[in-house]
Write a protein that binds this ligand. Sequence first.
Ligand SMILES: [Zn+2]
Length: 140
Amino acid sequence: MRFAEKVRNALCRLMYGRNGVDQLNLCLIWLMIALNLAGAFTGGAAGAIVSVAGTAVTVWILFRVFSRNLPRRRGENAVFVSRVWYPVSSFVRRMTTRLHDREHRYFTCPDCRTVCRVPRGKGRIVITCPKCRREIRAKS
Ligand SMILES: [Zn+2]
């Protein structure tokens, strides 16, 4: 057995039955990186406080990764995913789609917040909201 396989098997045995990395841990890792960088570039007592906060987040990450209390960790992650991860990721996906869509313009209805997609380059147009029938005058 090669050395790399032995290391891989040892890691698999170590992580068996443990939580590992989930969405909450990924965000905590980014928070830890941000806090440690901010602590490194901030001097004095404020920098020390930020560095201690970064260390606390690191301990929290390690606790969650190696935790064997899977129902509790999965419950925490489910709350995080439903309240933070999903809204943020769907917003980013929507904005990325709009940014890369060069053939359409997007307008939001001021009454019902429905997003209306119209072809780009048609001049001044009147958009009728498909949900509430309000007319929006805009330039495509
Ligand atoms: Zn509407």
